[in-house]
Design a protein around this ligand. Structure first.
Ligand code: 13P
Length: 255
């Protein structure tokens, strides 16, 4: 059975103390997960050790990071490397989030380097893709997303792809309250799986989890996760409140 994942992307929110309370509430209220379920919590770098300590002993809950640098080490003030994340017990790293592409000037070439370094350092990659509104309006979203995947990801071997999760996050749905319809989500996820099939064949296409992100909440998670090719979610705003995040986790368990 394909892995299903609900991942929290806290973005630049919560103090260490607020985060600690949230992790306790999430762990305390966690429903029994199915064997193929994983919950990931990706806080800011400063909170990673706290999250790792807070989830200790919970086998199906993993800590994540929101980024890593595209160089292995060196004079890059303020940056954090993939090797550092691995040494801090991080299991997953989000790469290519639209906010980093947009605000931090991350290019396809940089993202490909980040992916290589993350995998070389034993991290699981959550690779983000997704189109802006004007591309959706032009109905060219399939080509746009395919190009992002080819540039950032599809240079990997099938063996490396076993450590990659794809997250489809339409930019027009992020933090806007405007969720993709189940039809829009399923259509894109099926398209992404087709591109995987064309690049790697059926085994990789079938095994790779594809998460949805963008205004996912407890009230729409079950419907979205009910789509055949949606294997969980990458959650922003609703991951900052225990009750909401737990509601989304329950939707995954119930799939
Ligand atoms: P929201 O859930 O706040 O729309 O954010 C989605 C996202 O960007 C997760 O990475």
């Amino acid at each position: 059975m394909r892995r299903q994942i609900v991942a929290a992307n806290w973005k630049m929110n919560l103090t260490l103390q607020e985060g600690e309370v949230l992790v306790k509430e999430i762990c305390g209220g966690m429903p029994a997960l199915a064997p193929h379920n994983t919950v990931v919590i990706a806080p800011p770098f400063t909170h990673i050790a706290m999250v790792s300590a807070g989830i200790a002993g919970k086998e199906q809950v993993a800590s994540g990071a929101q980024n890593c640098h595209h160089e292995a080490a060196g004079a890059y003030t303020g940056e954090v490397s993939a090797a550092m994340l691995n040494s801090a017990g991080v299991a997953y790293v989000i790469i290519g989030h639209s906010e980093r592409r947009q605000y931090c000037g991350e290019t396809d070439a940089m993202l490909a380097e980040k992916v290589n370094l993350a995998l070389a350092n034993g991290l699981e990659v959550i690779f983000c893709c997704g189109e802006p509104l004007e591309v959706r309006d032009e109905q060219t979203q399939n080509q746009y997303v395919e190009a992002q995947l080819k540039a950032g990801l599809y240079h990997l071997t099938a063996e490396q792809m076993k450590h990659v999760v794809i997250a489809y996050e339409p930019i027009w749905a992020i933090g806007t309250g405007r969720t993709a319809s189940t039809e829009q989500a399923q259509d894109m996820h099926a398209h992404i799986r087709q591109t995987l099939n064309a690049a790697y064949g059926d085994a990789t296409a079938t095994a790779t989890p594809i998460l949805y992100g963008g205004s996912c909440k407890p009230s729409n998670a079950a419907e979205l996760f009910g789509c055949a090719d949606v294997d969980g979610g990458l959650i922003g705003g609703a991951s900052l409140k225990a009750a909401e995040f737990l509601g989304i986790i329950s939707a995954m368990v119930g799939k």
